[in-house]
Design a protein around this ligand. Structure first.
Ligand code: WTA
Length: 636
């Protein structure tokens, strides 16, 4: 019998040991007993981190929607699968049962087929948090199409780059979206993006805000009339275990986003198994993750993980501040939420408000509260623990990545004792390693280093779309025979892990990963800019904010610096999106560089954090004189 649900700490240690000593036996039992397969695998795992190549459940045949929908119909068809809470609190919530979901997904799948979409085709989804978003992912999976969701806060340029990178044939979008008191004209962003995407043949448009929009003849079609006409029966495509399920882009240290490819069986097994344990989900529970489905957290823990367990998963369209800062807690009370999963940046923003926004509401339904996306600082942890968890619901601080597919280091609530700011212990099957500067593994406890994973887990991303070489270089080249996460971590005396943050050129702002390179590329597009460097600095709510050092071309003319700042942020908004806007822009005569021409970001980071006490040795710089100038003109 497999240990699908871990209930005590001794059981965790026992099962963990088994998963490490005998991974194939362990993951075979989990897969065999808790999922539905058309055909079982020939081989549980084959892997080689040198190539790198990783395959789980090779030879197995399945469809993930059969596991997320159909098998629940037999016993639980009337249970709510998706509970949709609209942006506007006076609009009624929608309870979509598993029966309804099945019909909606099948209809949508048939519409995609009519549009000529086949197994293996890429479908770009650019939608707000409305039910059509979750349904469109599942509709793709139903017919074996590969979805590529682009977060609907990204700009037209960011969207077209992603559409072209994976050569999507079709885009699914809406007339617009609601975001608090604002409406956003999504369709015109798509129109602008598609000017650069010659291979997109059709656009399906969901109606949400009912504004007049332009529909391009021969390309754009309203979605609803097609759904109304479509059959609600669609046989699932039979997929191989290693067929791609989706592509999801994440930023990296070069300008181009990386299309992480997740495959079917391993992703399904791991997200389902982690979901069950990290939330201790029980049959009648109502579970809510506040992330957007545009990010991995939404893919794994709003859609696939919960639905594979037959759970009720809440989808919230709005923002935590609308109509006021009590909205999250109002929803917890209204839907009697049992598990609540959010990001530290939201916690910090809410902690700044008056406590009566929290205390007005009955939060007694909560059993587990979670955090994801960046390190949770001690103050935010305590606020969350005291005021939301009421010191009785454990906080699960879950560390993972787009690349890992599911949670990797996380407490199991009511099983693992928690400590503020610690993600605690590796999940079942996860084998972390901390590396020293020379690339050697640090054994024992009380050590700090770069965080790697030594052994494959079922939901590791298999490649970067169209660029396996970059996959190898980014994740498997820094440390021999290890997957490198890009994060630093420490292991304390008891073996608990604490994530200390990124050690590469990615900065996490409000829980969003932003590579410095794409932002610098955008800034450098400004005709007056010669060169730029971005670093992060601590920010109360966002965790980190962006500080830019910009040198201008010498043209002899003087420019108004405030206007320049506005123009630079405008370019960033156009190229990436408002999430990457700069908080501070300092104009300087030069950037500190090493003799080989590399910008010394370490120094710039210290200055941006207003900490110039120990800048280290600057004498080896090519241009040590700029450092003093930069310090003098630091923007408070
Ligand atoms: C960071 C989000 C500390 C980390 C699921 C990681 C965290 C990056 C935590 C991945 C946590 C995520 N504690 N840091 N609990 N969770 N991170 O791809 O730096 O959007 O590498 O995936 O977020 O972000 P991504």
């Amino acid at each position: 019998m497999s240990n699908y649900n871990i209930k005590h700490l001794e059981e965790y240690f026992k099962v963990y040991k088994k998963s490490v000593n005998d991974p194939e036996v362990f993951w075979e039992e989990i897969a065999e007993e808790h999922f539905s397969w058309y055909k079982k695998w020939n081989n549980v795992l084959s892997w080689d981190f040198k190539k790198p190549e990783i395959k789980w459940y090779e030879g197995a045949k399945l469809n993930i929607t059969e596991n997320c929908i159909d098998r629940h119909l037999r016993t639980n068809g009337e249970k709510t699968a998706i509970l949709f809470e609209p942006n506007n609190p006076s609009e009624e919530a929608q309870h979509i049962s598993y029966n309804d979901l099945s019909k909606k997904v099948n209809r949508f799948a048939n519409v995609l087929k009519e549009q000529g979409i086949k197994k293996g085709d890429r479908v770009c989804i650019y939608l707000p948090m409305i039910p059509e978003l979750a349904i469109s992912l599942l509709a793709c999976a139903r017919i074996g199409a590969i979805h590529s969701v682009v977060f609907a806060g990204f700009s037209a340029t960011a969207l077209s780059t992603r559409i072209n990178d994976s050569d999507c044939k079709i885009v699914i979008t809406s007339d617009g979206s609601y975001r608090g008191a604002k409406t956003i004209d999504l369709k015109s962003i798509v129109d602008e993006a598609l000017e650069e995407c010659p291979n997109v043949q059709s656009v399906l448009v969901a109606k949400r805000i009912n504004t007049e929009i332009e529909m391009k003849k021969g390309r754009d079609t309203w979605l609803q009339p097609l759904l109304d006409k479509a059959s609600d029966v669609c046989e699932p495509e039979i997929m191989d275990a290693e067929d791609p399920l989706f592509i999801l882009y994440t930023s990296g240290s070069t300008g181009k986003p990386k299309g992480m490819v997740h495959t079917t069986a391993g992703y399904m097994v791991y997200t389902a198994y982690t979901f069950k344990n990290m939330f201790q989900y029980k049959e009648e529970d109502v579970y809510w993750c506040t992330a957007d489905i545009g990010w991995i957290t939404g893919h794994s823990y709003i859609v696939y993980g919960p639905l594979a367990n037959g759970a009720t998963t809440v989808m919230f369209e709005g923002v935590p501040s609308y109509p006021d800062y009590g909205r999250f807690w109002k929803i917890v009370e209204k839907h009697k939420i049992n598990q609540f999963y959010t990001a530290p940046t939201a916690i910090r923003a809410l902690a700044k408000q008056r406590l009566d926004f929290v205390n007005k509401y009955d939060l007694s339904s909560l059993k587990v509260i979670g955090s994801v996306g960046e390190p949770i600082n001690e103050e935010a942890w305590h606020w969350y623990n005291d005021n939301i968890g009421k010191k009785k619901s454990p906080i699960i601080d879950t560390w993972w990545q787009t690349e890992t597919g599911g949670a990797m280091i996380t407490p199991i609530p009511y099983v693992t004792p928690t400590i503020p700011t610690y993600a605690t212990l590796p999940f079942i099957g996860v084998q972390p390693a901390l590396m020293d500067k020379n690339g050697n593994e640090l054994k024992g406890n009380q050590v700090e280093g770069n965080l790697c994973i030594k052994f494959p887990w079922p939901s590791i991303a298999r490649t970067i779309w169209g660029n396996h070489k970059r996959y190898k270089e980014t994740y498997f080249s820094a440390y021999k025979d290890n997957y490198f996460t890009g994060d630093g971590a420490l292991r304390d005396a008891t073996g608990y892990y604490r994530i200390t943050g990124r050690v590469d050129d990615v900065i996490i702002v409000s829980g969003h990963n932003l590579g410095t390179a794409p932002i610098e590329d955008a800034i450098n597009e400004h005709p007056a800019v010669a060169e730029s460097a971005i670093v992060g600095f601590p920010h109360d709510i966002k965790g980190n904010a962006l500080y830019a050092y910009v040198t201008l071309k010498e043209t002899g003319e003087t420019r108004n610096q405030d206007n320049l700042r506005k123009e630079i942020n405008q370019i960033i908004t156009e190229h990436i999106g408002p999430i990457a806007k700069l908080d501070k822009i300092q104009f300087t005569n030069g950037l500190p560089k090493t003799r080989s021409g590399k910008i010394m970001r370490r120094i710039l980071r210290k200055i941006a954090s207003n900490d110039t006490s120990n800048l280290g040795d600057t004498s080896t710089l090519l241009n040590p004189e700029v450092v003093q100038e930069i310090i003098e003109n630091y923007i408070k």
